[in-house]
Design a protein around this ligand. Structure first.
Ligand SMILES: C[S@@+](CC[C@H](N)C(=O)[O-])C[C@H]1O[C@@H](n2cnc3c(N)ncnc32)[C@H](O)[C@@H]1O
Length: 247
């Protein structure tokens, strides 16, 4: 079943896929500046947390899903030095920015290839990657069960999916403050920095409609992952889930 990622309600997949392509192809060049300003720099510490939780070894082949402008790919390269990273995304304009960073040496010598890939239909062989990374990707996908089973399929047995995503603060007061920020300030900042206010109204709505920490863990288990754990960041505004493919 596919949903509208802005509401969580059942809808044809094209509604969400076309919207996400429109948004990310037009904001690609300004995406990184928006990230830095809107989260007051917190996204860097979430990414550092993701790396601390990521069981990635120097011998690993890594697949970065929804890799965008390459932030996760290059952080994995710098901190884990894996054998190879395949950086993929639905939107070529986002990967264009990542390719430019790679040409400037962002991967510190780790080989990286880039390819346009829809995570709901991954064009790679079964059991071909040791580890998968994904930051802020699954929330934008209209058929999440299918995306997660595709991720499970391409992982080697015993391999891990490491997923950073916006989530739900468990504390009611913090959650209310955060919801105010999401509804009013994110569209303001986003509009100011990128000129695309509508894209940031979507961002806020998609975060509100996304399942909480346990909800995402349940989806992962239903797709066939085991040993699903998560850690909250900034009081649960973001969470990093780690899920294993059975041996
Ligand atoms: C918020 S960006 C995150 C980019 C990057 N992971 C980062 O941390 O900066 C979300 C990305 O998800 C990508 N995306 C959305 N739906 C996708 C899909 N079905 N398959 C692959 N990528 C997708 C978008 O094109 C966009 O680049």
């Amino acid at each position: 079943m596919s949903i509208d990622t802005a509401t969580g309600k059942e809808a044809p997949a094209e509604i969400s896929s076309e919207r996400v392509k429109d948004i990310f192809s037009s904001i690609a060049k300004k995406y990184e500046r928006f990230n830095a300003v809107s989260s007051f720099g917190a996204y860097k510490s979430w990414l550092a947390g993701m790396m601390r939780q990521a069981p990635i070894e120097p011998t690993d082949d890594v697949l970065d899903i929804a890799g965008g402008t390459g932030d996760v790919t290059f952080t994995v390269a710098r901190t884990k030095h894996p054998r190879h990273i395949q950086c993929t995304d639905l939107v070529n304009e986002m990967l264009g920015v990542a390719r430019a960073h790679y040409a400037d040496g962002a991967a510190c010598g780790v080989p990286v290839d880039f390819e346009v890939v829809d995570a709901q239909n991954i064009p790679y062989a079964d059991a071909s990657y040791d580890a998968l990374t994904m930051a802020y990707g699954i929330r934008n996908m209209p058929d999440r069960p299918r995306a997660l089973s595709e991720m499970l399929r391409v992982l080697k047995p015993g391999g891990h999916l490491v997923c950073l995503e916006f989530s739900t603060p468990p504390n009611a007061v913090w959650r209310a403050l955060y919801n105010f920020y999401l509804k009013h300030l994110i569209p303001f900042w986003g509009g100011l920095i990128t000129g695309d206010k509508a894209g940031f109204v979507y961002l806020s709505k998609s975060i509100k409609a996304f399942p909480n920490q346990e909800g995402l863990a349940k989806m992962m288990r239903e797709a066939g992952f085991v040993d699903v754990t998560w850690k909250n960041y900034t009081g649960g505004i973001a969470a990093v889930h780690v899920a294993k493919k059975p041996e």
